[in-house]
Design a protein. Structure first.
Length: 165
């Protein structure tokens, strides 16, 4: 974790608020999650009923390969809980109590840790952020920084949606 995280968050918030389209905002947001949390990758998906559709991916190396991929939210109870309660959740493959559906998907994707949180917009979850890591757990400070970033992104999505962008 960077010692300058509050300053970094303030700078990122300023950049997010300068976005002129949802597509630009999501791209910048995914990059920001990877940079701020020193993560391996980030996927941002849109919640559409019981479906999650991957819209944006950013990773430190390699080429994203899941754009447009969809998941049934009902197949992933932890994901469903994050979307419904809008409370972040972490998964670490090495934990005995980790949800099997989540750890199986993590293994397929080549990661061993996950931080999931909703992008809030109005009174519901607009989307889901999945931040991936390898060889590390996401700590409470990571969760709080991620929550602040997701909340900021949700506010910008609301503003852009009202402006018709």
């Amino acid at each position: 974790m960077s010692a300058d995280r509050p300053t970094d968050l303030a700078a990122v918030a300023e950049q997010l608020n300068a976005a002129t389209s949802v597509a630009a905002l999501l791209s910048l947001t995914a990059e920001s999650f990877v940079d701020l949390l020193e993560a391996s990758a980030c996927t941002i998906s849109r919640v559409i009923g019981d479906l999650l559709v991957d819209l944006v991916q950013h990773q430190r190396s390699g080429k994203p390969n899941r754009l447009g991929h969809g998941y049934l939210i009902s197949d992933y109870p932890v994901t469903r809980a994050v979307i419904e309660t809008r409370e972040p959740h972490t998964v670490y493959a090495g934990d005995a109590e980790a949800d099997e559906a989540e750890t199986t998907l993590l293994a397929e994707l080549g990661f061993d840790s996950l931080l999931m949180l909703a992008i809030p917009a109005k009174d519901a979850a607009w989307g889901l952020v999945e931040v991936y890591g390898n060889g590390r757990r996401f700590e409470p400070a990571d969760v709080e920084a991620a929550r602040a970033l997701a909340t900021e992104a949700g506010g910008v999505i609301d503003r852009l949606s009202q402006a018709g962008q």
